[in-house]
Design a protein around this ligand. Structure first.
Ligand code: HEC
Length: 184
C-alpha cells in the first residue's frame, strides 16, 4: 500500500473542506469521552456479534450519519491510546467501528496498518486538532483526544502519571478512515 508522507507535527493540517460532517462527527465522539457510562472504544461503539457499529444517540447524530451516507462516503473509526507508544502492546489500535456500511470491509486499512500512523500522531500532537493522511484511496483523519479535564487524568492516573500526562496532552487518537463510495 502506498503512503503519502504523514504531514505530522508542525505542518498545517490538510483538511477536506467539502466534508464538514467529519468535524461534527468528531465533536460527537469527543463529547462521548466526557460522559462516564462506558469507556474507551465502548464510548464510540459497543461490540455486537464481533462487529462494532457506531450507534447514533440522538436525532442530531442520526441525521449526521445520514448526511455522511448521502454525501457518498463510506467511513469507519479506529481508536488508539498511549499504550501504542509502549511495548508490549496490550491493546494496540482498536476498531474498526463502522459509521456507514462498507462495500468491502476487507479493503479498509487494518489496525496493524494504522499502528505506525497512530504512534506518529500521538508523538506529534503538541497543539492543534490533528491532520489528515492518505492511504491508497482512503483518507485517514487523525484527531487527538486530549485530557481536557482533571478527571481524564485521575482515571488514567497509573499510566498518565508515569508518562507525565498533563491537561491538554493527547491521551489517544481517533482515526476516521473514509473514501467516496465511487472514487473519481
Ligand atoms: C471514570 C474513569 C475515566 C474517565 C473520567 C476517563 N477515562 Fe478514558 N478510559 C477509562 C477506562 C477504564 C478505559 C479503558 C476501557 C477499555 O477499553 O477497556 C479508558 C480508555 C480510554 C481511551 C482508549 C485507549 C486507552 O488508553 O485505553 C482513551 C483514548 C481515553 N480513555 C481517553 C480519555 C479522555 C480524553 C478522557 C477525558 C475527556 C477520559 N478518557 C476520561 C476510564 C476513564
Amino acid at each position: 500500500m502506498a503512503f503519502l508522507p504523514a504531514n505530522a507535527g508542525h505542518l498545517p493540517a490538510t483538511r477536506n473542506p467539502e466534508f464538514e460532517e467529519l468535524s461534527r462527527l468528531n465533536e460527537c465522539i469527543q463529547t462521548r469521552f466526557l460522559s462516564r457510562t462506558s469507556f474507551g472504544m465502548n464510548r464510540i461503539a459497543a461490540q455486537h456479534h464481533g462487529a462494532r457499529t457506531f450507534h447514533p444517540e440522538n436525532a442530531g447524530e442520526s441525521a449526521l450519519v445520514d448526511r455522511i451516507r448521502k454525501k457518498g462516503y463510506e467511513l469507519a473509526v479506529f481508536l488508539a491510546g498511549r499504550s501504542v507508544l509502549e511495548a508490549p502492546l496490550p491493546l494496540g489500535v482498536q476498531g474498526p467501528a463502522f459509521v456507514t456500511n462498507l462495500r468491502d470491509a476487507k479493503q479498509l486499512p487494518g489496525p496493524d496498518t494504522l499502528l505506525p500512523q497512530s504512534r506518529a500522531a500521538l508523538a506529534s500532537f503538541q497543539t492543534g486538532d490533528g491532520y489528515d493522511i492518505r492511504m491508497g484511496d482512503w483518507t485517514v483523519a487523525m484527531r487527538p483526544l486530549r485530557a481536557s479535564n482533571k478527571s481524564c487524568i485521575a482515571c488514567h492516573n497509573a499510566r498518565a502519571s508515569r508518562l507525565g500526562v498533563q491537561i491538554g496532552d493527547a491521551l489517544g487518537v481517533v482515526m476516521y478512515v473514509f473514501r467516496p463510495v465511487k472514487p473519481n
